[in-house]
Design a protein around this ligand. Structure first.
Ligand code: AMP
Length: 911
């Protein structure tokens, strides 16, 4: 501070604490009109807008001064002058602006000269200084006794501070006492602005009203006003005021500052999964996929996967679905776009879907795929899917012409094997073969037959039939061709080959016909042997044919059983009632089986009670080992076995109508011939399958055929020794030490134990007889020895009552002494198929035949019987042959011309 321009003096005094201080003082109290000034040096403003002046001074109480008159004052004035000039030598009084008149709070009344203690006053005044770079201060004394001890000039700032993770710098306060300086903060390191951070710096240097602020960045959390990295095992995904979180289950972080935890191996996180979520896995496959075929729709239901992988977003898709025609190839094609899925095909949340608009008579495989949010990330596929194969309803399999005239055809057919619901009507489509399908006609009928009229004579027509259920039409049947007659009278018989008929109307045709005969007859002469050979060759050439494996070739019978049969948990079996007995230790029960993933089904349960020998166990289980190798609609199906607990059980499909012999006896005379032939066809089909697998049954008999509710016959009772040991019909013969069901067994098997498919064919002939006679006992009450003897002497069972001749002929063929002369099952099957297609051939019965047939008598060979199909013609007459091709009416013409035997016909030349 520069010295006072007027009469002030600089002196040293002692302060209150007796410390010597330097002061400026004046005490002209006795003289009037005092005007003493003391001015400071230039004080730089340094950005301040309001400065504070703290003055410390002492002041004498006027009253304490003896002799002082009214001139004495007890105040002084404070002035300021703003200036840019650092050294202004002279400043006019009037240039100063008064800040205030300052009075003492404390004044002292007497001077203790001895120890000169003073009362020190401190007064602070503030002044706005905004116009120049600095200023001067001045003190005016107007007659006081005053000593200026110190002057301190300062300004106020709001100090650097961190608020809400934002740094606010040291800030000079505003110019006015009420002014607030708005200050923007900046986010501390590793933090992000949440909302613009702001605060106000008050005039007194206090921060006011903090607004907004910052959050620590991902991977960091706030600690002591700063952002610190999350330590290993922790993470922070978002900038927020939250702290770091522990890694969620199945994840980890190894470095500090993790924003997300990495999944453990085998665990995944979907793109949409929050980092706070545990790492998860794809689901396992859906369980218990059940299909219910309903008309041409299928309801699929399944249970959720056993393992959901820790997620709740499982959905189901059908990424693949194939269809293949049952009758054609096994090739699977993706389903067409016309197939409807309800509620949808992908992204299903429900565990049920209805698939409709499927094609009839078609094999479908549905693959249900469970997915969740991490399926894609994990690349998991097949492990999450389960499939089921279903077959939609079957089409009409054959059409028969039951009556043919010049202008009409009466057709009949069987209902489809497994119609999907009640059949509402049939639709018959037909057209002239020559016209192809260019123009066709449609007829509808509620019954299984139709009379088609208004046809052209001698014309081949092609017919297809399809059934309609509530779900719509099924597939059309395969084409069946029938020709109308040229004859004005109805012809009883099959739909004949129109080529022959056309020839027959012209005389010239007969010759051509005869040359055809030469060829046909010469082929037929070889009877079964050629065809049999063919089929054997076929088998030989086809290495893909599955061959049956004898379980007795396994050292360990348990190994065989587990190779061919599924072990069933006994808890999934519910036994209901006893339906039959098997020997001493066994019984057959009906019940229900519920296997995981499948619908509950009715089953037959054959059990072997405790107390059995090893051999009995082995024999009992061998049946399952054998049955388990077969898969055919006419072979009883094995569901599985129970071997791990007692009693041992063999579980098979349940056949509602039980064994065929009892069933037929119960329904004596109640079936049409076509129905009986249908049953025989089923048995033949099953036997063909067995023979193709090189399995010889040895005990084929009606009692060992089971019948289900649809009259489907299935071959049952497998096993080797067991079959014959347990069969009540099996008896010891004098020649062999094994039991043999004499009445059903071929002579070479009885005599030499030569059991072959050909001996099964013999038995099949007996089964045919049993069927047509509605369960009659073969050879009635003849004893076994008599039977053996009679057979040896050429005696054969006669045709049962009302037996179509063709069927009896087929039986006789099966009972050929020479086994090579017997038909194969394949030929039998073909033959029965032809009979079914042409039921007219079944109309002729032997009627009043004698009660036994001696082969040597050649009975039937001279009588002009019915049309004899290809495989069952031992020796044809001209008459039979003509009838077989529908030209029976030319018999007399040919006879008149001397053609009375087929040999004579064979000798005929074209000329
Ligand atoms: P088996 O030992 O196979 O001859 O059986 C004895 C009897 O049990 C048979 O004659 C049938 O009456 C009955 N049976 C056996 N298996 C079944 C089945 N799968 N369904 C219905 N009944 C059966």
């Amino acid at each position: 501070m520069s010295s006072c321009q007027y009469s002030n003096e600089k002196v040293s005094i002692m302060d209150e604490k007796n410390i010597p201080i330097r002061t400026y003082q004046v005490c002209n109290v006795l003289e009037p009109n005092q005007n003493n000034w003391l001015r400071t040096d230039w004080i730089p403003r340094s950005g301040a807008q309001r400065v504070y002046v703290e003055v410390k001074f002492t002041l004498r109480d006027c009253n304490s001064l003896p002799g002082v008159t009214g001139t004495c004052k007890e105040t002084f004035n404070l002035y300021y002058h703003e200036s840019n000039e650092v050294r202004e030598s002279y400043i006019k009084e009037s240039s100063f602006i008064k800040v205030d008149t300052v009075a003492a709070d404390e004044s002292f009344t007497q001077v203790d000269v001895g120890d000169r203690i003073m009362k020190l006053n401190t007064e602070v005044r503030d002044v706005k200084v905004t116009t120049r770079k600095g200023f001067y201060l001045a003190f005016q004394d107007v007659g006081a006794c005053i000593a200026l001890v110190s002057v301190r000039v300062f300004y106020k700032t709001c100090p650097l501070t961190i608020r809400n993770l934002a740094t606010f710098p040291d800030t000079v306060t505003g110019a006015d006492t009420s002014s607030l300086v708005e200050v923007r903060g900046s986010c501390v390191n590793q933090s992000e602005e949440r909302e613009e951070p702001k605060m106000y710096c008050g005039a007194d240097g206090e921060w006011l009203v903090p607004i907004g602020g910052c959050f620590c960045s991902p991977g960091y959390e706030e600690k002591g006003g700063a952002c610190k990295a999350c330590s290993a095992g922790f993470y922070k995904a978002k900038s927020s005021d939250a702290g770091c979180f522990k890694c969620p289950p199945h994840s980890h972080s190894v470095r500090d500052g993790a924003t997300v935890c990495d999944c453990h191996s085998g665990f995944f996180r979907a793109d949409s999964d929050p980092p706070s979520m545990a790492c998860t896995q794809p689901p396992s496959a859906p369980q218990q996929l059940i299909s219910v075929v309903n008309e041409t729709s299928v309801v699929l239901e399944w249970a959720p996967p056993r393992r959901l992988g820790g997620r709740s977003d499982t959905s189901y898709n059908y990424p693949r679905m194939g269809s293949g025609s049952i009758s054609s190839s096994q090739l699977c094609l993706p389903c067409g776009s016309d197939v409807l899925f309800s509620p949808g095909q992908t992204g299903l949340k429900t565990t049920r879907v209805v698939v409709s608009e499927l094609r009839a008579h078609t094999h479908y495989t549905f693959i249900v795929h469970a997915r969740n949010g991490v399926s894609q990330a994990s690349g998991a596929g097949a492990a999450q899917s389960v499939s089921v194969s279903v077959t939609t309803n079957q089409a009409v399999s054959s059409i028969l012409a039951i009556d043919v005239t010049r202008h009409s055809l009466s057709l009949s057919w069987q209902q489809p094997d497994r119609p999907n619901g009640v059949i509402l009507e049939y639709e018959v489509k037909f057209y002239e073969k020559d016209q192809k399908e260019r123009s066709y006609r449609i007829m509808r009928t509620f019954s299984r037959s139709v009379d088609v009229t208004g046809l052209n004579p001698l014309t081949v027509y092609v017919f297809h039939v399809r059934a309609r259920t509530a779900a719509g039409y099924g597939e059309f049947s395969a084409p069946f061709e029938f020709s109308t007659n040229s004859d004005p009278f109805p012809l009883i018989g099959e739909g004949v080959n129109s080529a022959f008929l056309l020839l027959s109307v012209s005389g010239v045709g007969i010759l051509l016909l005869i040359s055809a005969a030469v060829f046909i007859i010469s082929r037929r002469r070889s009877k079964y042997s050629k065809t049999k050979q063919d089929s054997e060759e076929e088998k030989h050439l086809n290495p893909g044919v599955k061959i049956y494996v004898d379980p007795f070739t396994y050292e360990d019978p348990d190994q065989a059983i587990h190779e061919f049969a599924k072990e069933i948990d006994v808890s999934s079996i519910h036994i209901e009632k006893v339906i039959g007995m098997v020997g001493e230790f066994g019984e057959v029960c009906s019940g229900r089986l519920r296997v995981q993933g499948k619908r509950e089904i009715y089953v037959a349960i054959k059990s072997l009670k405790a107390g059995y020998s090893d051999k009995q166990r082995r024999d009992f289980l061998s049946e399952a080992s054998i049955m388990g190798q077969f898969d055919h609609p006419n072979i009883i199906r094995l569901e599985g076995v129970v071997t791990r607990c007692k009693p041992l059980m063999i579980i098979t499909e349940y056949m509602e109508n039980g064994s065929l012999d009892a069933f037929l006896r119960k329904h004596d005379g109640q079936f049409t011939v076509i129905q009986l032939v249908g049953m025989l066809r089923g048995i033949a089909s099953g036997m063909k399958y067995l023979s193709d697998m090189s399995y010889v049954h040895r005990d084929l008999a009606a009692r060992n055929i089971l019948v289900n509710s649809n009259l489907v016959c299935k071959v049952s009772d497998f096993g080797l020794s067991r079959v014959l040991e347990d069969d009540p019909e099996a008896a010891y013969t004098t020649r062999v030490r094994r039991k043999i069901p004499i009445r059903w067994t071929a002579p070479e098997a009885i005599t030499y134990r030569k059991f072959t498919t050909a001996s099964d064919v013999w038995s099949y002939g007996i089964v045919m007889w049993e069927v047509v006679s509605y369960g009659e006992r073969p050879y009635w009450d003849m004893n076994n020895q008599d039977v053996i003897k009679a057979i040896e002497e050429g005696y054969r069972l006669p045709a049962p009552m009302d037996c179509p001749v063709v069927l009896h002929q087929l039986m006789l063929d099966c009972w050929e002494r020479e086994r090579a002369e017997r038909p194969t099952f394949s030929q039998i099957l073909n033959m029965l198929d032809k009979l079914i297609r042409n039921p007219g051939t079944l109309r002729r019965t032997g009627g009043d035949r004698p009660a036994g047939t001696m082969l040597e008598s050649g009975m039937g060979s001279e009588v002009c019987v019915s049309v004899l199909p290809e495989v069952c013609v031992p020796e044809w007459s001209v008459c039979e042959w003509l009838q077989s091709i529908g030209l029976e009416r030319y018999r007399d013409t040919l006879a008149a011309a001397g053609y009375t035997s087929l040999d004579s016909l064979l000798a005929l030349t074209h000329q």
